[in-house]
Design a protein around this ligand. Structure first.
Ligand code: ZN
Length: 400
């Protein structure tokens, strides 16, 4: 990206983001009310690409621009407030704005009919066409993170009353959600049919966007869930807007090194690291009713999260992974040191908690956003207090 483009983008973001609490004039009254207690977010170095994608036989749902702008700005505030609560500053994902204050949503018409972009298989064709569009529109791609929204199908199976048909998931730094007539913030938290439908699809929208911004599934500890409700990256897609829903500190730690969360002026590029980070030392020990992880790693490591989970480790079997984030420091040799205590009685309802295989997933993230996961299986019935758990050598899987 040319420097001049970057500067222009930063300036336009600055104009929009200084308007704290002041929703655009044309927003509906309830949206203005919901945005009235907005916090002033730090200016971003990079913005999320928001795409409204339709098949060549479909139109965007009426008033999509205003409705989605209201929903996106409310969600930007939600993420920003959760980041601040967890100690990572008033930072959220960047959104470019148009002159009238709406979010700058790119409308792209697909080359084929809507059925070519179906839930199970349509994401590939869509991503291909979106990337082609970016190539044909230099300067429009503001980051590596792209959120694609498609209108619900209207046929025997799907409608505005029962939306669906289109992709709805995260895939690397792409994520997909949907739009329908009542996808409107005026229904937020209402116990009506439209309100319940909104929680389902807005909760999903918030959750899938999390995936598209580097977040894996996770759950909080027992105490945290009691105090805060449901983790958004756990089952929070079913509660968002209706009952308390929060981001874990582990989620916020990852967001803090995500391209579209870093502050204006961050000079480095993202997701370019080719080699694995170096692990100099790992100890993983059972101490009474605690597990203690300590690591020494190379200087490019920004954060380390630890997730306790159980098999099967397949896709979408990890909602219950209880998340912890390490306290990070740098020692005199310039190595990054990380430590965390994991109370066994906080591990929720993992079936194998006392007997059977569990895994500690160590998720390392570098300052330039890349993620590396190392799985360490163990069995507490074979680990009396005071014993070291054998970690073996680090084996990393990238990018998840
Ligand atoms: Zn998910």
């Amino acid at each position: 990206m040319a420097n001049s483009t970057l500067i222009t983008m930063m300036c336009s973001a600055a104009v929009a983001l200084t308007a704290t609490g002041a929703a655009p004039e044309h927003f509906q009254p309830c949206a203005k009310e919901l945005l009235a207690n907005s916090i002033e977010l730090e200016k971003n170095a990079h913005n999320l690409n928001v795409i409204y994608f339709t098949g060549n036989d479909m139109q965007p749902t009426p008033e999509s621009d205003r409705r989605l702008s209201e929903l996106l700005l409310y969600l930007q505030q939600y993420y920003g407030k959760e980041m601040e609560r967890n100690g990572y500053g008033k930072r959220s994902f960047g959104l470019a704005r148009t002159e009238n204050g709406n979010v700058d949503i790119y409308y792209i018409k697909g080359k084929n009919a809507h059925k070519s972009y179906a839930y199970g298989t349509g994401h590939g064709a869509c991503i291909h066409e979106v990337e082609e569009w970016f190539k044909a529109h230099p300067g429009k791609k503001m980051s590596s993170h792209t959120f694609v929204i498609m209108p619900t199908w209207q046929d025997d199976g799907y409608s505005d009353k029962n939306p669906g048909g289109v992709p709805f998931y995260g895939l690397g730094r792409y994520c997909f959600a949907l739009d329908y007539t009542d996808f409107d913030i005026k229904h937020l938290g209402k116990k009506t049919r439209e309100g319940k439908l909104l929680t389902k699809w807005y909760g999903g929208f918030a959750h899938e966007l999390g995936h598209g911004m580097n977040l894996p599934h996770n759950n909080g500890t027992i105490s945290l869930n009691k105090a805060m409700g449901t983790a958004l990256m756990g089952a929070g897609n079913y509660t968002f807007g209706m009952s308390p829903t929060y981001l874990t500190k582990a989620s916020c730690a990852l967001l803090s090194n995500t391209e579209i969360f870093v502050s204006a002026g961050t000079p480095h590029a993202f997701y370019t690291m080719e080699k694995d980070p170096t692990v100099y030392q790992t100890t993983f020990e059972r101490k009474g009713d605690m597990l203690e992880l300590y690591m020494e790693v190379s200087a490019e490591v920004a954060c380390i999260n630890a997730y306790v989970q159980e098999p099967p480790y397949a896709v979408n079997q990890d909602y219950e992974a209880v998340a912890f984030t390490c306290n990070m420091g740098t020692n005199q040799e310039g190595k990054r040191v990380a430590g965390v205590m994991i109370p066994l009685n906080e591990l929720g309802n993992l079936r194998n908690r006392d007997n059977g295989e569990l895994a500690l997933d160590v998720l390392i993230q570098t300052y330039e956003g890349s993620r590396f996961r190392w799985r360490i299986p163990f069995d507490l019935s074979k680990q009396p207090a005071g014993t070291q758990i054998n970690t073996g050598k680090p084996v990393f899987h990238r990018g998840y």
